[in-house]
Design a protein around this ligand. Structure first.
Ligand code: BEZ
Length: 211
């Protein structure tokens, strides 16, 4: 297992999921992807997380993001637990969950942190771009449910960078002013950002969000 870093190609794999076998890169196609692990089926925090992700489907679709979850439990366990998620979270799970019983994918993505728990995956999140490169890695402890609004916020920022040469400042929220990437030469700024821009410092150039 090699450490995965931002900018690396996301390791490809085939895996059994609740929606059939997937070949990861092929399944991602030319869109964006989220691969996220949870410690175990039939646990309280995970139940709320997977229910929340199901409810965010429209938001992920808008951003052309496919989502796949993972734990080291088996397919039958996943399928039984999905009924509980649907019932208790008032939703329908609408994304695949990988049954990583042999820990192939967890090992590939370093999702098991033995000093935290040697049997279960921690709460890892990988965001993968259309170029199959890893754009974001977050690791949460088992006891803390993730903030999926934050995940959407980062994906919006990543897409502004990918499609508009923009970065986003501290605590940025969708619709607020953005930062022009330092790689954009001053002479290209007016054409690239027709909504206008403000030069606070030569290295700090602000423009309204374009989209
Ligand atoms: C949970 O998913 O609910 C959980 C897992 C491990 C520790 C604490 C909570």
């Amino acid at each position: 297992m090699a450490t995965i870093r931002l900018g690396d190609i996301a390791p490809d794999f085939t895996a059994l999921t609740t929606e059939g076998e997937i070949s990861f890169h092929k399944w991602l196609g030319d869109g964006w992807g989220i691969l996220f692990s949870h410690p175990a089926d039939y646990t309280p925090v995970c139940t709320t997380e997977l229910g929340t992700v199901a409810k965010y489907k429209e938001e992920f679709d808008k951003r052309n993001v496919k989502v796949v979850a993972l734990s080291v439990d088996g397919l039958d366990s996943h399928k039984g637990w999905i009924n509980d998620i649907n019932e208790t979270q008032n939703t329908t799970v609408n994304f695949p969950i990988i049954a990583d019983e042999d820990r192939k994918v967890s090992t590939l993505y370093d999702m098991i942190h033995p000093n935290a728990d040697d049997k279960a995956t921690v709460r890892s999140v990988f965001v993968i771009g259309p170029d199959k490169k890893v754009k974001l890695i977050i690791t949460y402890p088992a006891s803390t449910g993730r903030n999926f609004d934050e995940l959407l916020r980062v994906i919006d920022s990543l897409q502004l960078t990918a499609y508009h040469k923009l970065a986003t400042p501290a605590n940025w929220q969708y619709g607020e002013d953005c930062v022009i990437s330092p790689s954009v030469p001053d002479e290209e700024v007016p054409a690239l950002f027709p909504k206008g821009h403000k030069v606070v410092k030569p290295y700090l150039r602000i423009t309204p969000q374009p989209n």
